[in-house]
Write a protein that binds this ligand. Structure first.
Ligand code: GRF
Length: 204
């Protein structure tokens, strides 16, 4: 598989939007963020998008908790198609995407996760790494597949855990590392061809 070199990006976010802000303010991302969608009307990410003049909408996610319901999924896909989006960036999006969503954007959905995957997938990864006593953690940008935080790894960055770290201090350094990593990984994804050898992303 080669990099699709696509350029119309959507960001899906549920939280405060610091990763979104970093992407919006990154020089030479390699594409334009044309729409930001959230499952939460109060998500800070929507305000960040509007501040940058980007279309931002909260859409109903249905009542399936961790997933988009079938009806909701159709509406989200319709909104993305209307914006002529070709690549989707998950940035703190707290819903799992099902097969129909993945099939609409094959190999073109990226996620950022606050751990060195495959360690600590799922939620509360920073707290779990700290409680586990790891000396090094970090963040991962990966392609999204049907698993949770399981797709092929595009890029990672390591973050040292200090002896006196609290959840707050480690989280602050993790976020700074995420912001640099996500922009770098998106730029590479959009501008550098790669092949997949099994799970391995091999940059050309
Ligand atoms: C980030 O730590 C991201 O890795 C995780 O959720 C957090 C979102 O933060 N999946 P923000 O909304 O980008 O500030």
């Amino acid at each position: 598989m080669t990099s699709p070199r696509t350029r119309r990006l959507a960001v899906l976010a549920s939280g405060q939007g610091t990763n979104l802000r970093a992407l919006l303010e990154a020089p030479e991302l390699g594409g334009s963020i044309v729409v930001v969608l959230s499952d939460r009307p109060d998500a800070g990410a929507l305000a960040v998008a509007r501040e940058h003049g980007v279309a931002a909408e909260a859409l109903d996610a249905g009542s399936l908790g961790a997933r988009l319901s079938g009806n909701a999924e159709a509406a989200w896909l319709e909104r993305l198609a209307r914006a002529e989006v070709d690549t989707i960036l998950l940035a703190g999006f707290m819903r799992i995407l099902d097969a129909r969503f993945l099939a609409a954007y094959p190999g073109r959905i990226l996620n950022i996760h606050p751990s060195l995957l495959p360690a600590f997938p799922g939620t509360h990864s920073i707290a779990r790494a700290l409680a586990h006593g790891v000396r090094v953690t970090g963040c991962t940008v990966h392609l999204v597949d049907a698993g949770v935080d399981e797709g092929p790894i595009l890029d990672q960055t390591a973050v040292a855990v200090h002896g006196d770290d609290t959840l707050e201090t480690l989280t602050a350094r993790m976020h700074a590392a995420e912001h640099a990593l996500y922009a770098r990984a998106v730029r590479a994804f959009l501008t550098r061809p790669f092949t997949l050898e099994g799970r391995r992303v091999v940059w050309q």
